[in-house]
Design a protein around this ligand. Sequence first.
Ligand SMILES: O=P(O)(O)OC[C@H]1O[C@H](OP(=O)(O)OP(=O)(O)O)[C@H](O)[C@@H]1O
Ligand SMILES: Nc1nc2[nH]cnc2c(=O)[nH]1
Length: 186
Amino acid sequence: MGEGDRASEARLAWQVLESAERIHAAADVDRALDHMALAIRDAVGRANPIMMVVMNGALVFAGHLLPRLAFPLEVDYVHATRYHGALTGGEIAWAAGPSLPVAGRTIVLLDDILDEGVTLAALADTLQARGAAAVLKAVLVTKKRVRAQGLEADFSGLDVPDRYVFGCGMDYNGFLRNTKDIFALP
Ligand SMILES: O=P(O)(O)OC[C@H]1O[C@H](OP(=O)(O)OP(=O)(O)O)[C@H](O)[C@@H]1O
Ligand SMILES: Nc1nc2[nH]cnc2c(=O)[nH]1
């Protein structure tokens, strides 16, 4: 895709931002992060966990959560994507990571959103197959919908409706991960 195409898609992203519904303000996100940090500390604060950031979506979430966790931890990332800028998901493309050995370790997967649950289920299975001692899932938002095998996160900040959402790390066609509020498409 050429630069001109991307420029016209950026203009569309402006229109989307202006017409979308704000479903969580930045202050709600901050409160949710505070609560989640305490819950994560209570669960794994003495386990020397690896916080495994699922790129790209969890970049903003991790950047806000990690400074709230005042205990020794290590940070690593995996790059997995299955939406490729689209509104519906496909096959998982696993682009990178993890770098640290995970055998015997407590892993906390950090992702921006739990939707169908395919991404987190696949990552958790892979880390368990590599010998992780425990794999916990932390997400900034959980979409209220039915998921295969009823998968839920161990830690979740906020609920969102069963609509396409963006902001706080979540993209609209690769744009708008940088908004402080969370929005939903109509
Ligand atoms: O529960 P699921 O239906 O599997 O969807 C959740 C995944 O979708 C998004 O990733 P995406 O593939 O859009 O890549 P990104 O992280 O680069 O945005 C998000 O970051 C989650 O990893
Ligand atoms: N940005 C974004 N990514 C997703 N991945 C799965 N569901 C969603 C969603 O609603 N928004």
